[in-house]
Design a protein around this ligand. Structure first.
Ligand SMILES: *[C@@H]1O[C@H](CO)[C@@H](O)[C@H](O)[C@H]1NC(C)=O
Ligand SMILES: *[C@@H]1O[C@H](CO)[C@@H](O)[C@H](O)[C@H]1NC(C)=O
Length: 329
């Protein structure tokens, strides 16, 4: 979610707070058994319906709606099948008009001639959280079909990178596990959603088997974000629990701002790591508790967002309170 102004988000805040307390405390697997069912159900997908849109963004050209299975449109698009493809997936109550998309799209296009696709599934996640969780499963089916269709056009899975925030991280994970033609090369999970997902099996949430490389940034764990590792490599920004410069969660007047700020930092740090590859140098952690306590001292040459430097495990990095978030060298 992206709350533009503190008061614009009042209803969102109430919904979220209720969701957090309800879902984190009382989520019951039996009651929501259907949410554990991730079998293929493609019959209902309407490629031209409003449910999910895939909007292609390229350097020097205007946004283009890639319609699933529309060969004519695809041929007219500026999609470059030999360039890497980034698919960005927003979270609950968000859309590709929000910062989660614009910030990362701009970061990618500044650094490479990528095909950047904004996956807009806002129609499936705009009301309450439980239906958004069901929406996430439907959205993941659309994503599977889009990726498979791009593969048919000649795009290599090696060039495919899915970036998902919050619920969008699970959309990416569920899609990754259902692809028929193989695994995408990389999934980036940005503070993957916790509410409702803690008790669920790996086939309905992000897990390391969903892509060749699954990397995760934790910024607001135990509240909106998932705490336990979900990837090959998991980054706990400033410990993963609270982010410096964000309002305190216990300040009742700033609760909405606090929720948004801490959760949003995951994509803000990631976008910064795209344009500044040496922004966030990491130390290695033995456990989540060690990260939380900021007790990770083992030096590494691992930088957030730079897979060529990665070794699997848990990592810690520090940020500044304001943009640019990279600490001084
Ligand atoms: C899972 O979904 C499929 C397809 O929608 C359905 O046929 C099946 O009965 C479901 N299974 C459970 C356990 O709900
Ligand atoms: C397509 O992408 C490749 C690899 O990035 C690049 O070499 C080529 O120039 C691009 N083609 C066009 C038409 O932009």
């Amino acid at each position: 979610m992206d709350l533009a102004a503190p008061f614009a988000g009042l209803i969102t805040t109430v919904t979220l707070v209720a969701t957090v307390f309800y879902m984190n405390g009382y989520f019951n697997q039996k009651k929501f058994a259907d949410l554990n069912n991730n079998t293929d159900a493609n019959e209902g997908l309407d490629p031209n319906g409003p449910d999910v849109q895939f909007i292609l963004h390229k350097r020097n050209s205007s946004p283009f709606n890639l319609r699933l299975h529309d060969q004519n449109k695809f041929d007219k698009s500026k999609f470059n099948i030999t360039a890497p493809t980034k698919i960005i997936i927003h979270g609950f109550m968000s859309s590709i008009k929000q910062e989660v998309f614009t910030l990362n799209k701009d970061a990618f296009l500044k650094t490479g001639d990528y095909n950047v696709i904004g996956m807009d599934w806002s129609a499936l996640c705009e009301f309450e959280y439980l239906s958004a969780m069901r929406g996430a499963q439907i959205a993941s089916q659309y994503l599977v079909e889009m990726v498979e269709w791009l593969v048919m056009q000649g795009v290599s899975l090696k060039d495919m990178h899915l970036v998902g925030h919050s619920l969008g991280a699970h959309v990416a994970g569920m899609a990754g596990s259902k692809l028929r033609s193989g695994k995408v090369s990389r999934i980036t999970g940005l503070d993957p959603a916790l509410p409702g997902y803690n008790e669920r099996g790996p086939h309905v949430k992000l897990d390391p088997s969903d892509a060749e490389l699954v990397e995760v940034i934790h910024t607001y764990m135990k509240i909106l974000g998932y705490a336990r590792p979900l990837g090959h490599i998991d980054f706990y920004a400033n410990g993963g629990r609270y982010q410096p410069g964000c309002p305190d969660i216990y300040d009742i007047w700033k609760i909405g701002e606090s929720l948004h700020c801490n959760h949003a930092r995951s994509y803000q740090y990631f976008a910064e790591s795209v344009v500044n590859p040496k922004a966030f140098k990491c130390t290695r952690c033995v456990s989540v508790e060690e990260a939380l306590g900021e007790n990770c001292f083992e030096e590494t040459d691992i930088y957030l967002g730079q897979p060529s430097t990665y070794r699997s495990g848990l990592y810690f990095f520090r940020t500044r309170k304001t943009q640019p978030y990279a600490p001084p060298p």
